[in-house]
Design a protein around this ligand. Sequence first.
Ligand code: GUN
Ligand code: ZN
Length: 440
Amino acid sequence: MKAYRAALLRFDPAGTATAPLPLYESDGLLVVDQGRVVAAGAFSALQHTYAHVPTEHCPQHLLAPGFIDLHIHYPQTDVIGSPADGLLPWLEHYTFPHESRFADPAYALAVADVFLDELQRHGVTTALTFATSHPASVDALLGQAEARGLRMIAGKVLQDRHSPDGVRDETEQSLRDTEALIQRWHSRGRLGYAITPRFVPTSSEAQLRGAGELAAKYPSVWIQSHVAENLDEVRWVQQLYPQARSYLSVYGQFGLLRERAIYAHCIHLDAEDRALMRDTGTAAAVSPTSNLFLGSGFFDYASANEAGFRYGLASDVGGGTSFSPFQTMLAAYHVGRASVTGGGTAKRGLSLKPSQLWWQHTAGAAQALGLGQVVGTLAPGSEADFLLLNPRATPLLARKTALAESLEELLFSLIVLGDDRVVERVMVAGGEPYAPAQHP
Ligand code: GUN
Ligand code: ZN
């Protein structure tokens, strides 16, 4: 057993997007044992019960749940910052050619290592990530995640049409490979598998049907894909499925909307789609830096809250521009401000509260994954993935956070001014602190 004394941020697992229920102690105690949280709360309330436990005192630091990235592509680590006139040219010119390199397992292994270093350096302790269409790319990532003790979910991309040589797979083989990977990796320690059709245009009907059948056969396996990100993409899906009510409904038709299904973007949805998200238990991975970079559009927070479907934050590297949850939360704030609610003179943007943004990247993302009782909150009994943050990591942050008079002000300063320098230590399952390997 070990205890940490510092300022402490937790979330009540009963929190929601509009009422995230942050719990904050300016002098807190977090007690961990065998990878789990034993107790968390005010130092004054817990100090006697845990007086015998070795305690590390970290004054002027903040303990907080590890961040959860709801949608990221590990093979796109080196695709960040590739400019294009929107999603489809970006895929064609940069992403597909780059992903074809992952046919080489040694290359995949090297990138997986760099990717996990980047996640951990930025305080991300769980991610739902795409691999490539090459099955060994999943083995490369999940093998390394296992060695690090990380809670990680990944899947082999399914893309058997409208895809170039080098990344295109073959329908029957792709489904056999997916099932073999489920059996190899799903629920092995902290690892999970996600059935991963890239998006509607790049999978045949047979492949989507097969994916849906696997999703029904393995209900605890996740599903991840993209939907309604870009208007050219939406039009393409309309041409491919002229009878479909909407792009989202195509996934529904193949049994791919359910609990533990996470769809990136969800920008160009209508009210009926949002109700379908809610009614099926499907969640959205909101990816603001990606949406701004590729000019895709803005996630509509007000309509999402009105409909009441689940969502959380994601980097979407390499369409996204940063591994940093601080950058992602700030971009989400900008997206909220830029969104327009109401009409006439009532038109105005939304101001997401810092605790709402933070929730979307921790407890809310965990709920979207169906892991709300497992990670993201630091509630007693949950897994002890946590961060030691230094609110004075830079001169400007030190000045700004010293002025904070409330939790919201403190969190906002970190969101606006913070980066990986704030993340002083990353503890995975209460274990040894993460020390990044040296890369030249
Ligand atoms: N839609 C299909 N593939 C991708 C991808 O790799 N990134 C993003 N942002 N959207 C996609
Ligand atoms: Zn993506």
